[in-house]
Design a binder for this molecule. Sequence first.
Ligand code: NAD
Ligand code: UDP
Ligand code: UDP
Length: 317
Amino acid sequence: MARQYSRRKRILVTGGAGFLGSHLCDRLIADGHEVLCVDNFFTGDKRNITHLFQHERFELLRHDITFPLFVEVDEIYNLACPASPIHYQHDPVQTTKTSVHGAINMLGLAKRLKAKILQASTSEVYGDPSVHPQTEDYWGHVNPIGPRSCYDEGKRCAETLFFDYRRQLGLQIKVARIFNTYGPRMHLADGRVVSNFIVQALKGEPITLYGDGKQTRSFCYADDLVDGLVRMMDSDNEVTGPINLGNPREYSMAELAERVIAGTGSKSALTYAPLPQDDPRQRQPDISRARELLGWRPTIELEEGLKRTIDYFKTMV
Ligand code: NAD
Ligand code: UDP
Ligand code: UDP
């Protein structure tokens, strides 16, 4: 059921035409808010938001957040940034600019408007973690000069900026550390593991396991994640995060491949390819903070989430 509001809010979603951003726009519209979606369409897709174009509370602005933005809103969700390794490594300098200059501009905007601002940070701030599962007080194990650094260090610097704008200027900030999330509207060719495996399975092509397939990830369904973001934005002022948001169930990539094969009924074989440089061996969120401070936990298990995602990709492949 939609939440009840004493006042409709004007909400900016940067990266709103992307995978997670478009689900967030849907949720905020359903909750009765006005949504301003800002996107430069680097990895976003108009088809993710076409159904909102005629909605009287939805507005789209093509804009790159590395440039200043002057609009009037009450809350800002800063999601703009390519998230898949293929995309963020395509133009690594632009990735860092988006994370860092983009954060400065959105924080400057929040400062002028005295608006609440939420940063979509990432489990990548933990790098290839030596603490498992990852708790928010773990500082991480990140290579500062490798191919993933543009994203990892960009997101780490963005977190620094958020906390300094709070300490120095009193901004109301929220930093969510998002772990691997999947669902409908993932970019067909973005190279992330869930979309890759499903597309390969549906096409009957070999499923590409990188390395030995024993590395692990924990997969959260998009709707669960979006609910966590909204709860975090609505939390008390002293709840700044960082807060991990993700599904603690951990799978090896080989197990994921099996589940995708079972879910699609595919006859695809497995094939092995080299492990990309600096690929984290394991990843699992400790979500105690999210449970305690937001009353949040994921509710959609992998089987159900995969089914919905496979149904979506069937319409796209
Ligand atoms: P996505 O690539 O689908 O969406 C990112 C959106 O940002 C796209 O629409 C893209 O066009 C837009 N964008 C990129 N650079 C921009 C710029 N300079 N100005 C304006 N728009 C720009 O990725 P996603 O999976 O939806 O991720 C959304 C956010 O969540 C990202 O910040 C990402 O780092 C974070 N995140 C996602 C995951 C995940 O598993 N999906 C995990 C951790 C963090
Ligand atoms: N900024 C923006 N929109 C605004 C206000 C500021 O894009 O409504 C940008 C501004 O161009 C600046 C950045 O945000 O580059 C940081 O703003 P801040 O006020 O913190 O810094 P200053 O302008 O003093 O350098
Ligand atoms: N991966 C894989 N086959 C693929 C794509 C990815 O085995 O076709 C692996 C990848 O090496 C990594 C995991 O799946 O260990 C998750 O990769 P993804 O790019 O989705 O996200 P991230 O590495 O950023 O968590």
